[in-house]
Design a protein around this ligand. Sequence first.
Ligand code: PEP
Ligand code: MN
Length: 361
Amino acid sequence: MELQLEIEPIESWGVNPERPLIISGPCSAETEQQMLTTAHALKESGVQIFRAGIWKPRTRPNTFEGVGSVGLKWLQKVKKETGMLTSTEVANVKHVYEALKMGVDILWIGARTSANPFAVQEIADALQGVDIPVLVKNPINPDLELWIGAIERIAGAGITKLGAIHRGFSTSEKSKYRNLPQWQVAIELRSRLKNLPIICDPSHIAGKSEMVFEVSQKALDLGQDGLIIESHPNPKVALSDGRQQLTPAEVADLLKKLIVRPETTNDEAFAKSLDELRSQIDLLDDEILEIIEKRMNVVKEIGKHKKAKNIRILQTTRWEHIIESAQENGSSKGLSDEFIEKLFKAVHQESINIQTEILNS
Ligand code: PEP
Ligand code: MN
């Protein structure tokens, strides 16, 4: 269901209407020199907002936890010398007060913080009555309600310049990404909060500099409004996230290579063939649902048999057999193991639910 929050368009943040909006800068502020070198170079490529982490939430203690407040002066200098807007992450009330005092233009809430409603509420309370854009990163776990909840808390403080950042989600699955992108979750967010700008963070999704381009392009192809890309003059010696940062020259290159495709076209022949193909998809989707309904009817029969004989619902070897043969079959049809596993897990879970109901009826 669509939610009604007052959300202003991106231009209200003080940027020009060119899309995608590009935010870039180092994972962490390290030195004044590093900040200024990076900022001047990025400005040349049309970056409108400079990012730098001042306080860093690190997974393990005794690693670099950010330069702290001194870095805010460097952000001020970046703004003064380049005219770019500045942004940083805030994770508690002290960060909010210091960032506001030093004139940071845009704040973001990090993935670990947005997963914690107490922390988000404290930040929201500190922002009461302040007019500043606030971007909310997705929480590390793929829980759309938690993400929306964090956005609502910030909106509750009267903030109307809101945005979301999709930075991928933690996963225990083996994956080529550092943080698994869940495009579907971002799409669902867009349909729940229609006007909410969504920025993609390809750096934290990819985790590797060489994958940042493909994630960026995908985000644009899915209609996300902007990108936040980490950049460091010499990523090899960066104090945090060195593996995923691009040099400013690489950012310039990436921006040149990105293809910005329009959402739609006036070409009537194209619109007609797209409509035809979409109606084929709709018919096929109906057929999928009918087949699943038939499958579930068989599941119900099995459930009744099991109840009559009083045997348990799950036979582990049976499930292993289903998934193995589906993956074998699927791969001959060009379907990935990952997709087959997700699909069959969902179908199997529904089957278990149905049989549990029968067993307890
Ligand atoms: C960051 O932007 O450097 C950062 C710490 O991001 P996240 O909160 O997405 O991990
Ligand atoms: Mn980082």
